[in-house]
Structure formats: C-alpha cells, structure tokens
Ligand binder design. Structure first.
Ligand code: ZN
Length: 408
C-alpha cells in the first residue's frame, strides 16, 4: 500500500514535472517565434486592398472594422512589406483597361504618401530592406492581369516606370496574348507577342507572375523568361485540386529556375472538401464572381462584402465546411518537402478572398511563424519563407534587367 502510494506520488510528481517542462518549452517556442516574426521582413505578394482605396468609408491608416488589411493591423501582425494589387475584370480590354490601371496605380501612390510616416513606396529589394531598417512598411505594386496593358508593350514599359514590380500574365479570362487557367484555351499558352511581353518584363525588371495562367502559359513563360518567375498567390494542387493551384511538376519546374510559389489562403484553393462544396453551392470561384458582379456592377467593395456575407451564411447553414488556418501551413510544408525552403512564400490574397478560420486578417500572421517553428523549421528557413525568398527573386530579376539593358 505504502509502496503503491509512493509510486503514485512518483508518478504524479514526474507527470507534473513533465507538464511543467512541456509548458515551459511551449512558452519558449511562442516567445522565440514572436521575436523571430517581429524582427523579420514579412512580405505578402498579393493583397487586393487597393480596391478599398476608392471607398469613402475605408482609411488605410486606421483600424477598420471589416476587411483584412490596414496599417494598424499590419503592425499588429508584423506584416511590413506588401504588394498592392492592381486589378479589375479581365473582360475590360484596350484603352479603358489602361485608364483603369493608371487610376489604381495612382491611388496606391497617393495612399502611401498620405501615410508616409508609416509607409514608403519601394521599387527594389534593397529599398524594401532599407524601409525595414527604418521601421517603415514597404509598399510595392503588382498588376494582376496582362489585359491592363491594353495589348500595347509600350504601356508595360510605362508601368515599369510607375513602379510596377510584377505582372500576372492573365486573370480569370484569357487576354489578347495569354491563356488563363479558368477560361477555354485560345492561344495554346503564350502567343509570340506574349513571349515578347515576357522578354520585355525581364528587360524592365518586372517579375513574371504565373498565378491565374493556364499550365501551358506557365511552361511557355518559364521557357521564355531569363529571370526566375513567381506565383504571387497560388497553392498546391496535390492538396487541393484546383486549376488555380500548381501541380508538383510545375512547382519543381518553377523551383529549378529559382522561382517562388507564394501560398494563397483562399479556402477553395487550400481545402479539397471546401472546394468541392463551394462548387455545389455557387458553381465555383469564377461562376460565383460572375453572379455577384451582376448584382454589384463595378463596385468592388460591394463585391467583396457580398462574397463574405454569402460565405458566412453558407458556412452557418452547414453547406460549406469549416477550414482551419493550419491548412496554410500544410501547403507551405508540402512545397518545402518537394523543393526545399527556398521556393515558397506568402501571397495571402487578403481583401480578395475568403480567409480560413484563425486567419481572419493580417493581424494573425505571427501564428504562421509559430506553427512553422513547432514543425521544426529553422529560424533561417522561416525568414526565407516570410519574405527572404521573394526578395531573392527580386534581386535576380533586377540583375537580369541590368544585364539586358547594358547589352543593347
Ligand atoms: Zn487573383
């Protein structure tokens, strides 16, 4: 009896010791992760916040009650570098497309100037690093869809001058020279003019973004480009079979040329059960977008709010499954297991997509660093994933541009 009591006591003491030990190491990880996260460059390559600049109720400098991104929440989440996306419906082409793109590029510059105490416009990796050293948020521009150059390569050069640092070759619809993943093939990938545009992007130091494009367009761009490519907001097809995501073969080919896939947090791109259910509920991403567009016209804010409301309702009624933010980590891990930690980054699609539970806005980003640390990732690898990899591609793209411009 005494012996069993002693054993029981030993058991309890050892157990409590273990628990103590465990909780102190758990706290240690949380603390280390926080330090690492808030001392790193956390660069998100795709945010649709630009659309909100046209709404009177939105203020980038204040904490807004809705949406995913503003400066106070960026500070809270340690997100200190952002690509503001320039985007509108890919069926608008020609001069009206150029005009709309210029309106949005101007809106980014004006909003950055208005918040110049906190934010600075950046054109190079070095400028992003220097913004970070000064404690400022780096703001960059990506154009989401080749339709915005109005089928005119000279406009691409002007975009470069205005600070555009990547262009997605298409959006949901084919443009004049590139096939989209969500449209019927019309060009067998990139046309000859499309290949000239990729070469000109290399010359201008504009990253070639292959999110949204068809698989054939991706392989054509990969073969044509002298610089590494990015997928600014795509996830892994092996985990969620969506055409907007990349197959393992594509990820390997992208990595072999030094590129980076930046993981998109959109629920229907990261979770198979959600993707299947959303196709039943609304016919999938493109059909749903078209339906909402009929109700909202060109009012992008209305589109975003209606999308969020529709999604909330369908989840509450059980027609759409719950998706945890941890799926984002699964996608990052999938890429790392196939091609290493040098070829993956963050491309949330904040303010343009439906976020998984636990990643309600950019203030939740430190969870990603902590989760990666708990999965045994080194500090070095985590820093690369948070932003270092994208900065490396930017530097390579800048180098290729310098070489091409000096040999003409
Ligand atoms: Zn997109």
């Amino acid at each position: 009896m005494r012996r069993s009591l002693a054993l029981a006591c030993l058991g309890v003491c050892t157990l409590s010791g273990l628990l103590l030990c465990r909780s102190s190491s758990a706290d240690d990880i949380a603390e280390r992760a926080k330090k690492l996260h808030f001392s790193s460059i956390v660069l998100d390559t795709h945010d649709d916040t630009t659309q909100r600049f046209f709404s009177k109720s939105f203020d980038l400098g204040k904490h807004n009650p809705d949406g995913h991104v503003d400066i106070p929440r960026m500070r809270e989440g340690g997100m200190n570098a952002i690509f503001f996306s320039i985007w509108f419906d890919g069926r608008i082409m020609g001069p009206p497309a150029v005009q709309k793109a210029l309106d949005q590029i101007d809106a980014v510059h004006e909003n950055v100037l208005k918040n110049s105490r906190e934010m600075v416009f950046c054109r190079t990796a070095e400028e992003v690093r220097s913004a970070h050293a000064q404690g400022k948020i780096a703001a960059l521009i990506g154009v989401e869809g080749g339709h915005m150059i109005g089928n005119d390569i000279r406009v691409l050069r002007m975009f470069g001058d205005l600070g555009v640092r990547y262009m997605t070759l298409s959006h949901f619809y084919n443009d004049e020279w590139a096939d989209s993943s969500t449209d019927k093939p019309a060009h067998n990938g990139l046309t000859d003019y499309g290949k000239d545009i990729v070469r000109e992007m290399n010359r201008q130091g504009i990253m070639v973004d292959i999110s949204h494009v068809s698989d054939k367009t991706f392989y054509d761009a990969l073969e044509t480009s002298k610089a590494p490519l990015i997928a600014s907001h795509s996830s892994c097809r092996a985990l969620c079979n969506h055409v907007r995501d990349m197959s393992d073969d594509m990820i390997k080919a992208l990595a072999a040329k030094g590129g980076v896939i930046q993981i998109n947090y959109e629920k229907s791109f990261i979770d198979q059960a959600y993707k299947d259910a959303s196709e039943k509920v609304s016919g999938g991403v493109v059909a749903n977008f078209d339906q909402l567009k009929k109700a909202c016209g060109d009012d992008q804010e209305c589109l975003g709010l209606k999308m969020a409301e529709q999604e909330r309702q369908a989840t509450a009624e059980g027609r759409l499954p719950h998706v945890s933010w941890e799926r984002i980590i699964d996608h990052i891990d999938h890429v790392v297991k196939r091609v290493g930690a040098e070829h993956v980054g963050l491309g949330s699609d904040f303010d343009g997509a439906t976020m998984p539970e636990g990643m309600e806005d950019c203030s939740k980003l430190p969870k990603i660093t902590e989760a990666l640390m708990r999965r045994g990732y080194s500090d070095d690898d985590i820093r690369k994933i948070l932003g270092g990899n994208t900065l490396r591609v930017m530097e390579q793209v800048e180098k290729v541009s310098r070489e091409l411009l000096s040999h003409q």
